[in-house]
Design a binder for this molecule. Structure first.
Ligand SMILES: [Zn+2]
Length: 65
């Protein structure tokens, strides 16, 4: 299965890809850093609300596959 890396939009594979859904460790770290800063911004938000928001973001990501 081919997937598009959500960070650099390069094509990569799902199988045998330790960094999925990213193409590389670099992209994974970039994404984690981005998430960490977003998390910081919405820190005051209700926990459940935040989880719901994250779930929607994940859903929209995976629907691109
Ligand atoms: Zn990438």
């Amino acid at each position: 299965m081919q997937i598009i890396c959500p960070v650099c939009k390069k094509k990569t594979t799902w199988e045998e890809n330790p960094w999925r859904p990213f193409c590389s460790e670099r992209c994974k770290l970039i994404d984690l850093g981005k998430w960490a800063s977003e998390e910081y911004k919405i820190h005051v938000g209700d926990k459940e609300e935040r989880e719901e928001k994250e779930k929607k973001i994940m859903d929209s990501r995976y629907s691109e596959i």
